[in-house]
Ligand binder design. Structure first.
Ligand SMILES: NC(=O)c1ccc[n+]([C@@H]2O[C@H](COP(=O)([O-])OP(=O)(O)OC[C@H]3O[C@@H](n4cnc5c(N)ncnc54)[C@H](OP(=O)(O)O)[C@@H]3O)[C@@H](O)[C@H]2O)c1
Length: 359
C-alpha cells in the first residue's frame, strides 16, 4: 500500500512577509488581486499600495483591496512597515531611484522592470547584498517563463554558451498572427491591441529594444557579462510583409523575432542581436504563438535546455513576482530588521577582560 501524504502548502511561519506594491497598473493590480484573493499566499500579506493616481484607483477597487493603505507618495511607502516593495511602475527613471531608495531604506525589492535591471542591475544587486536584502527580478524577463531562476540557479553548474529566445510577447503575437492569416502587420498590431497584448505604439517591441534589454539581463546571468542594451544589434520587425511569411513557408518554416547571444569564453567574444529571423517549422520558436515566449539555452555540458510560457499579461507576470516574494519570505534574514552591531565593552571569557586589554 502506498503511503499517503497530506500537505499544508506554504508554511506561514511565525510572521507573514509584508508587501507593498509600487505602481498599480496591469502587473501591480493583478498581483494585488492574487495576494488578496481566495488563492492568496499564506506567507505574504499585502498591506500597502503606492500609485501616482492612488485616490482615483482606490475608489474603483472592491474590498479588500480598497481598504489597504494607499498613498501617492513613495516616501510614505518607504516609511511603512513593509518588508518588500514590488516595483511595477515601469520605465528606467524614476524606477531605478525607487529601487535604490527601497534598498537603502532596508526593504527587499521585487521588480518586473527589465530597464532597471538591464541598466543598473549589477550596481543595485551589489547594494542589495551590502544591505543584507534581496533584489529579485524574475518577472523582468520572459513573463511567467522562469528563465531568470533557470539560468541563475538551475543551470548554475552549466557553462552556458548560447541563448536563443523569443523575449517579446507583443511582437510574437503580431508575427504569429501574420503567420496564421497572412494579414498585414497593421491588422496584426490592431488585433494584438484589441486582445491587450500590445500598446497603441508597439515600436519598442517591434524594433527589438524591449527584447534587447531582456537579452542584456540574460547575458549578465548566463555569461556573467555586463552588456548595455545599446550594445545589442537590433533589426526591426515592423517592415515584415505577408509575402515574407509566404516565402518562409515555402522553405518549411516561419518568421519570429529572436534574441540571440553566443559567448566564446576562450576568445572572450560575445555576439548578441535581436532580429526577425527564419525559424524551422518544427522548432519551439515556430510553435510559440500569441504572446508566448520561448528559449533554448545551450551549455557545454548538458546541451540544450528548452522552455516556453506566457511572456506577458498581468496574471502571468504576477506568478513570477509571487515566486520572488515567496523566495524572499523564506529568507527571514532578508526581511527582519538589520541588526545594529555595537562594540562590546568587555569580552566574556575565563575572566572578564576590558576590550582594550584583550586586543
Ligand atoms: N504588462 C505585462 O504584461 C508585463 C509583463 C512583464 C513585465 N512587465 C513590466 O512590469 C512593469 C509594469 O508594467 P505594466 O504593464 O503593469 O505597466 P502599467 O500598466 O503602465 O502600470 C504602471 C503603473 O505605475 C503607475 N506609475 C507610473 N509612474 C509612477 C510613479 N512615478 N509613481 C507611482 N506610480 C506610477 C502608473 O500610473 P498611471 O495609471 O497614471 O499611468 C500605472 O498604474 C514594466 O516594467 C513592464 O515592463 C509588464
Amino acid at each position: 500500500m502506498l503511503n499517503s501524504f497530506q500537505t499544508s502548502g506554504n508554511s506561514p511561519g511565525p510572521e507573514r512577509c509584508r508587501v507593498g506594491i509600487l505602481g498599480f497598473g496591469t502587473v501591480g493590480s493583478a498581483l494585488a488581486r492574487r495576494l488578496t484573493g481566495p488563492r492568496s499566499i499564506p506567507s505574504l500579506e499585502l498591506s500597502h499600495i503606492c500609485d501616482r493616481r492612488a485616490r482615483d484607483k482606490r475608489a474603483r477597487q472592491p474590498q479588500p483591496i480598497a481598504e489597504l493603505a494607499w498613498t501617492d507618495r513613495f516616501d510614505d511607502l518607504l516609511a511603512a512597515d513593509v518588508d518588500v516593495i514590488v516595483e511595477a511602475v515601469g520605465g528606467a527613471e524614476p524606477a531605478v531611484e525607487y529601487v535604490r531608495g527601497a534598498l537603502l531604506a532596508g526593504k527587499s525589492v521585487v521588480t518586473s522592470n527589465k530597464l532597471v535591471i538591464a541598466h543598473q542591475g549589477p550596481a543595485l544587486l551589489g547594494l542589495a547584498e551590502r544591505q543584507g536584502r534581496q533584489l529579485r527580478y524574475e518577472a523582468a524577463v520572459g513573463g511567467a517563463m522562469p528563465i531568470v531562476r533557470a539560468l541563475g540557479d538551475g543551470l548554475a553548474g552549466e557553462q552556458v554558451t548560447r541563448i536563443d529566445a523569443i523575449l517579446n510577447g507583443t511582437t510574437n503575437a503580431v508575427l504569429s498572427r501574420m503567420d496564421a492569416d497572412l494579414c498585414s502587420i497593421d491588422e496584426a498590431v490592431a488585433d494584438a491591441c484589441a486582445r491587450g497584448y500590445a500598446e497603441a505604439d508597439p515600436s519598442a517591441d517591434l524594433d527589438g529594444v524591449d527584447a534587447a534589454a531582456k537579452l542584456c539581463i540574460l547575458c549578465m546571468i548566463g555569461f556573467g557579462l555586463r552588456v548595455q542594451p545599446a550594445q545589442i544589434d537590433t533589426r526591426t520587425s515592423a517592415r515584415i510583409l505577408p509575402e515574407d511569411f509566404r516565402k518562409a513557408g515555402l522553405r518549411g518554416g516561419t518568421i519570429r523575432q529572436l534574441a540571440h547571444a553566443e559567448y566564446d569564453r576562450d576568445r572572450s567574444t560575445l555576439v548578441a542581436w535581436v532580429a526577425p529571423t527564419f525559424v524551422r517549422g518544427d522548432s519551439v520558436f515556430a510553435r510559440a504563438t500569441g504572446p508566448e515566449n520561448a528559449a533554448v539555452i545551450t551549455g557545454a555540458f548538458a546541451g540544450r535546455i528548452t522552455m516556453t510560457g506566457a511572456g506577458a499579461g498581468g496574471d502571468a507576470t504576477a506568478v513570477a513576482a509571487i515566486g520572488d516574494l515567496i523566495a524572499i519570505a523564506r529568507d527571514r534574514a532578508a526581511i527582519v530588521p538589520v541588526p545594529v552591531l555595537t562594540e562590546p565593552e568587555t569580552i566574556k571569557g575565563l575572566t572578564d577582560l576590558k576590550l582594550a586589554e584583550a586586543v
